[in-house]
Design a protein around this ligand. Sequence first.
Ligand SMILES: *[C@@H]1O[C@H](CO)[C@@H](O)[C@H](O)[C@H]1NC(C)=O
Ligand SMILES: *[C@@H]1O[C@H](CO)[C@@H](O)[C@H](O)[C@H]1NC(C)=O
Ligand SMILES: [Cu+2]
Length: 243
Amino acid sequence: MLSLSILLVAVATFFSTGVAHYTFPNLIHKGIQYPDYTYIRRTWNYQNYWPLFEVDSPILQCFTNSTVPNPGTLTVSAGDTVGFTVGGRIVHEGPLLFYMAKAGAGQTAASMAAHNGEEEVWFKISETKPVITSVPAKLELYKWPSYNASGVYVQIPPCLPTGDYLLRVEHIALHVAFEEGQHEFFGSCAQLKVVNGGDGVPNSYTIFPGAYSTDEPGLFLDIHRPWALPEKYQVPGPEVWSC
Ligand SMILES: *[C@@H]1O[C@H](CO)[C@@H](O)[C@H](O)[C@H]1NC(C)=O
Ligand SMILES: *[C@@H]1O[C@H](CO)[C@@H](O)[C@H](O)[C@H]1NC(C)=O
Ligand SMILES: [Cu+2]
């Protein structure tokens, strides 16, 4: 049993270092794909695509590690669909999540602090759970809807109030998560000015870093075992808020 565990870790370590990783560098809106890190804050790993492991790192908020050039702010309407390209592809299994945070009084999307770990400003607008698709699809490859995606999309909630926001995309890789702390976080933040908004009231706010812990069931689990009930997977972070 011990030797099997060691073998599994060795195999998983090989995959975690031997397989390319991924970034979310381009915003897509109304059929236009914008250049790298235009309207998206340039991420800490934009050159090496490294995964982030630490749940308590300030990098987790927007995947930036220092002051970055202002990438500009894109105007979108509430209800629009916005996408991010995937630099590489999503080559690991795990959930895809989207969060937003509204600029406070006197702030803009461009001036909102990237490392404002003191306030619960983030609310979740989308998440994916594993699904069982038709057999004989390989369970491990096909049970995560974003697996192998080259672009990922989310609808800005139609009732979202008008204002400046950050939109945070995140993919969490769980292939080595049977070892506590071996989850991998990838993502980026877009700067948006949302117009034509509604009167929705987001709830279930959270904070980055702070939203996640290494020992929670959605981050510390063995996804390589066949799952009887994959829909019971507990996606990290708060409940999704929708209109
Ligand atoms: C940001 O991350 C990159 C990639 O790891 C690193 O080369 C760079 O030194 C970091 N910058 C700061 C200010 O930490
Ligand atoms: C990922 O998608 C590409 C393009 O559609 C395809 O060629 C490739 O086989 C896919 N890989 C997996 C593992 O599904
Ligand atoms: Cu990896």
